[in-house]
Design a protein around this ligand. Structure first.
Ligand code: 6K6
Length: 136
């Protein structure tokens, strides 16, 4: 099982510690193709020597090779929204994770779509929900 984990990068890195915890938990169930999303050394503005075209093409290749896309969608991100649309277009199942305790409201384009969504308050609560999801 290959999971493509999506989380905000240039949309803002405030939730990086959540991404890190979620990726660690997902690794109990699957190979996570995008572990770097949870790395605190990857900032929204950080120097990197990869071109945007290289990042897009590499990430699309990974996404299209995955069995499941898991996206933490609390922090809005254009890139994550794009990835969710591409997953839908290619019939790849999507699981969205939204932290309701953030006080934010999830975009109607995500909440109103046919994506499966887990609303959670804490990482511990989310881990239990993910365990139930993968036991299905
Ligand atoms: C480092 C600093 C700035 O940019 C980087 C390297 N960029 C990326 N590296 C890997 N994946 C990326 C990068 N930029 C976007 N993505 C993909 O889009 C990831 O898979 C994320 O799920 C999503 C984040 O999009 P934005 O719009 O928040 O950047």
């Amino acid at each position: 099982m290959k999971v493509y984990f999506a989380g905000s990068i240039r949309g803002g890195r405030d939730d990086v510690n959540f991404y890190h915890e979620i990726i660690l938990h997902l690794k109990n169930y699957a190979e996570v193709l995008t572990e770097h999303i949870g790395s605190t050394s990857l900032s929204s503005t950080g120097e990197n020597n990869l071109t945007d075209k290289y990042i897009h093409d590499r990430d699309m290749e990974w996404l299209l090779s995955s069995n499941l896309v898991v996206a933490e969608v609390t922090n809005a991100s254009l890139g994550v929204g794009y990835e969710l649309g591409r997953a839908l277009e290619n019939n790849i199942p999507v699981l969205c994770l939204f932290r309701i305790s953030s006080g934010k409201r999830l975009s109607a384009m995500i909440r109103g779509s046919k994506f499966e969504i887990i609303d959670y308050n804490s990482i511990d609560e989310l881990k239990v929900a993910l365990d139930n999801y993968f036991k299905q």
